[in-house]
Design a protein around this ligand. Structure first.
Ligand code: LFR
Length: 488
C-alpha cells in the first residue's frame, strides 16, 4: 500500500505548476507533474493576468497527475490581492488585473484622502501597498464591469470555482484585501460599508482544511480524475502556505519567504495594530489556525529577475550561475539601493532604474551585470536585517534563527549575506515551501498530519536544509546598513 498523493496547484508570478505530493508518517515527497508559463498581457486598459491560460495549465497538469495514479485531493494557492468579478450568472467579467498595473497608485491616494491610513490599519492591519485589493477596487469602481459585478473571487477562489462550481473566500488570502478584520478574523462589514461597497460581493469565508467541493463533470472528464475528487481549501495565499511549511522546531524563529517577493517576519498569536507598527509599515496577514503573519513585503528576487529579463532582451543574456559567480567576485558594498523604492514595482528596464536610484543618492553605478547582482543581493540582505530587527522590536520578541524558504533559498550568496547582515544563523530551505504547505494542509484535512508543529517537524525531518552561520566583518554590515538607511 502506498501513502496517499495530493495535487498542489501553485501559481507564481512567472509560472504555474501542478505538483503531486506523497505524504506518510515519515514521507513527504514532491514530484512536478506540469509547469506552464504565466505571461501577463498588457491590454489598452491595463496589465492583465491571462487567467484562461492559467486555468488550462491547471487542467493539463491535473490530467498528467491523474495518469500517475490515484489523487486524494486537489488544492490551489496563488499570489494574493488580485481578483475576478462575477456577474449574476456567475460569469467572469473581464480579465483580472495584475497587481503591478500602474492604475492603483492614484486610487490608493484617493482612498487615503477619504479614510485615514490609521483607520484602515486599525481594521485590516496591512502594510500600505498600492495594490492592496481595497485600492484596486477604488480604481475598478468607475468601470461598466463594476455595475454588473455581484461576486468578488480572489484568484485561487476563482480557480476553485471553475473546478467545482463552489463559491467561497479563503481566509489567509482574504486577509490581504484590506477589507478583513485582523482581530476578529472575518470580513469587516463595517469598513466595507464605510467604503461604499456591497457586502454581498464578498463570499462566505472558508478555513484551510475545509472541503471546497468536488470536480465538475467536464473537469473530471478532461482530467481523468474521478468526479468525487475533493478540492480541499488550503492556505490559498502562497505566502501562508510557505510559512506553514517553515521547518522550525523551536520558538523564536523568524522567516523570510523569498521568491518574487521577500516576505520577512514572524508568526504571532495576535495582530500588532499599533501606530508604531503602522508607521513601520508591517502587515498582519492571517496564517493557518488563526496565527498572524507579521511581516513586511520586500521587493525580493523580482529585482534580479527583471534585470535578467532586461539583459536577455538586449541580447546580453547570461546564466544565473555565472551572474552569481560574477556577483561573488564584485566589490562588496559598492552600491546600495532601497529595494522597496516604488520605482522598481512596475515591469520594465530594471538596470536603468537601479542606475537612476544610485545616481539620485550620489552613488556610482555598477559597471557590469555582476555589480548589479551584488548590489541587489546585498541590498536585499540589508532589507532582511532591517525588517526582522524591526519586527522583533515591535512584537517584543528575541530572535534566535532565520528560516529562509522559497526559491531564494537556493541562492547561496543571499543566504550567507542574510546570515552575515542579521548576525543570526540561517536555515535555508525548503525551496518548495509553498507547494509543501499546500500538500500538508490537504494531508491534514485527510487526517495524515497534526497541527502546525507536526507539519513543520515533518518538513524538517524529510527535506534537505542548509545551514549558514554569520561570518565576515559585522562592522562592514553595520556601515552598509547606515548607508542603506540614508538611501531609503
Ligand atoms: C508572494 C505574494 C505576496 C503578495 C504578493 C502580491 O507571491 O503572494 O505575499 O504580497 O505576492 O500578491
Amino acid at each position: 500500500r502506498h501513502d496517499p498523493v495530493f495535487a498542489a496547484v501553485d501559481l507564481g508570478a512567472t509560472s504555474g505548476r501542478v505538483i503531486t505530493g506523497r505524504v506518510g508518517p515519515d514521507e513527504l515527497v514532491l514530484t512536478e507533474a506540469h509547469r506552464f508559463a504565466n505571461t501577463p498581457v498588457r491590454l489598452p486598459d491595463g496589465l492583465r493576468w491571462d487567467v484562461l491560460a492559467l486555468y488550462q495549465g491547471i487542467l493539463d497538469g491535473l490530467r498528467v497527475a491523474a495518469r500517475g495514479g490515484p489523487v486524494a485531493s486537489v488544492g490551489i494557492d496563488t499570489w494574493a490581492v488580485d481578483y475576478g468579478l462575477l456577474d449574476s450568472d456567475g460569469s467572469l467579467l473581464g480579465l483580472p488585473f495584475h497587481y503591478r498595473d500602474t492604475r492603483n497608485a492614484a486610487a490608493a491616494e484617493e482612498v487615503l484622502a477619504h479614510f485615514g491610513a490609521q483607520e484602515l490599519y486599525g481594521v485590516g492591519g496591512l502594510q500600505h501597498l498600492p495594490f492592496n485589493t481595497v485600492f484596486q477596487l477604488a480604481a475598478h469602481r468607475s468601470t461598466a464591469q463594476w455595475q454588473a459585478a455581484r461576486t468578488l473571487l480572489l484568484m485561487p477562489d476563482l480557480l476553485v470555482y471553475w473546478l467545482t462550481g463552489s463559491v467561497g473566500a479563503e481566509v489567509t488570502n482574504a486577509s490581504t484585501t484590506g477589507l478583513f478584520d485582523a482581530r476578529s478574523g472575518g470580513w469587516s462589514h463595517a469598513l466595507i460599508g464605510r467604503l461604499g461597497l456591497e457586502s454581498s460581493l464578498f463570499p462566505a469565508l472558508r478555513e484551510p482544511g475545509e472541503r471546497a467541493g468536488t470536480l465538475l463533470p467536464h473537469v473530471a472528464g478532461f482530467t481523468g480524475l474521478p468526479a468525487d475528487t475533493p478540492v480541499t481549501t488550503v492556505a490559498s495565499h502562497d505566502t501562508a502556505s510557505a510559512v506553514a511549511a517553515v521547518p522550525a522546531t523551536e520558538p523564536g524563529f523568524a522567516y523570510v519567504s523569498c521568491g518574487t517577493w521577500s516576505l520577512a517576519g514572524l508568526e504571532l498569536d495576535a495582530p500588532v495594530l499599533t501606530e508604531q507598527s503602522r508607521a513601520a509599515n508591517f502587515t498582519n496577514e492571517r496564517g493557518v489556525d488563526g496565527t498572524v503573519r507579521y511581516l513586511r513585503n520586500i521587493m525580493g528576487m523580482w529585482l534580479l529577475e527583471e534585470c535578467r529579463r532586461t539583459w536577455e532582451r538586449d541580447g546580453t543574456s547570461t546564466s544565473l550561475a555565472s551572474l552569481l559567480a560574477d556577483a561573488a567576485r564584485a566589490r562588496p558594498f559598492a552600491a546600495v539601493i532601497d529595494p522597496d523604492d516604488p520605482a522598481f514595482l512596475a515591469p520594465g528596464d530594471m538596470p536603468s532604474r537601479i542606475d537612476a536610484a544610485l545616481t539620485r543618492s550620489g552613488q556610482r553605478t555598477p559597471d557590469g551585470p555582476g555589480g548589479y547582482v551584488r548590489c541587489v543581493l546585498e541590498s536585499l540582505a540589508l532589507a532582511h536585517r532591517r525588517t526582522l530587527r524591526e519586527a522583533a522590536e515591535l512584537a517584543g520578541r528575541e530572535l534566535t534563527r532565520v528560516h529562509l524558504v522559497g526559491g531564494g533559498s537556493r541562492n547561496e550568496l543571499l543566504c550567507q549575506w542574510t546570515a552575515d547582515a542579521t548576525g543570526l544563523p540561517v536555515t535555508a530551505g525548503p525551496a518548495e515551501a509553498t507547494a509543501l504547505g499546500n500538500v500538508l494542509l490537504q494531508a491534514r484535512a485527510h487526517g495524515l498530519v497534526g497541527g502546525l508543529t507536526d507539519m513543520r517537524r515533518l518538513v524538517a525531518r524529510t527535506q534537505e536544509l542548509r545551514h549558514y552561520t554569520p561570518r565576515g566583518d559585522p562592522g562592514a554590515w553595520d556601515r552598509a546598513a547606515d548607508l542603506a538607511a540614508v538611501v531609503g
